[in-house]
Design a binder for this molecule. Structure first.
Ligand code: NAP
Length: 243
């Protein structure tokens, strides 16, 4: 099967890194990073040692011009983009009364505006090729809301809205768009939790465990192989939230 050209945003650490590693086995990966240069270089070296095609690209995807440059670079080099995975994201835990305009801009621009910009940039190429696949890494908090994570929840609810609208608009062009909505996954994003707090969370989850980045990466792989799923919000949360 032909190698796919896949952009993964926020691939230096956590879920994005695992997605990039999983997909690198059979595809060409543009692994985006911003601050974690060392981790990104290490990922590149590991993948190259295995003979996989993964290159790293520094861009702050909260900025429109940096999204555009990342996409232009990829199209110039590979002529096509088969899959865009909007994974990069940040969270901040604060009372709503303490949230600032700067918090709003940082979280919305990184989690939502970036996905809109990246999608807008790749879509003309996908329409030209009459195929494409956009996968947004959302969150259960976009579906059910999180106390003290109001902006984060808004950003993820917006991301799910983006998924549904784009799926309708782009389906006739052969482009599928889906969200994966994780529950709690063991990454640095959850480093604020103590072991005791993690145990309490586990007790609320029917499968009694915290997810692994590979649980999300497997679903991404499946969504790429599939050809009839679009506009869906796929929950991977151990049963924590069942809607
Ligand atoms: P993480 O371990 O904190 O990693 C975040 C990644 O996003 C890093 O690679 C980081 O890159 C990148 N990133 C952040 N801001 C960026 C920017 N402006 N430009 C480019 N890259 C940027 O987080 P994670 O847990 O893997 O989260 C990945 C996605 O899953 C996020 O969208 C998150 O909201 C979602 N999610 C996570 C969980 C969870 O429990 N972990 C649950 C639900 C949803 P640099 O370090 O290089 O800047």
């Amino acid at each position: 099967m032909e190698e796919k050209v896949i952009i993964v945003t926020g691939a230096s650490r956590g879920i994005g890194r695992e997605i990039a590693k999983t997909l690198a086995k059979k595809n060409i990966i543009i692994a985006n990073y911003n601050k974690s240069e060392k981790e990104a270089q290490e990922l590149k070296q590991k993948m190259e040692k295995k003979g996989y095609k993964l290159e790293i690209y520094k861009a702050d995807i909260s900025k429109e011009n940096e999204c555009r440059e990342l996409v232009e670079y990829t199209i110039k080099k590979y002529k096509k983009i088969d899959v865009l995975i909007n994974n990069a994201g940040i969270s901040k835990t604060k009372l709503v009364t303490e949230v600032t305009k700067k918090d709003w801009e940082e979280i919305i621009n990184t989690n939502l505006y970036s996905a809109f910009n990246m999608s807008q940039q790749v879509i003309p190429n996908m329409i030209h090729n009459k195929k494409g696949n956009i996968i947004n890494i959302s969150s259960i908090w976009g579906q059910v809301g999180a106390s003290m994570e109001v902006i984060y929840s808004i950003s993820k609810a917006g991301l799910d809205g983006l998924t549904k609208s784009l799926a309708k608009e782009l389906g006739p062009s052969g482009i599928r768009v889906n969200s994966i909505s994780p529950g709690i996954i063991d990454t640095e994003m959850n480093k604020q939790y103590t072991n005791e707090e993690k145990e309490e969370i586990k007790q609320q989850i029917p499968l009694e465990k915290i997810g692994k980045p590979s649980d999300i990466a497997k679903c991404v792989k499946w969504l790429i192989e599939d050809n009839y799923t679009t506009g869906q919000i796929i929950s991977i949360n151990g049963g924590w939230v069942i809607t």
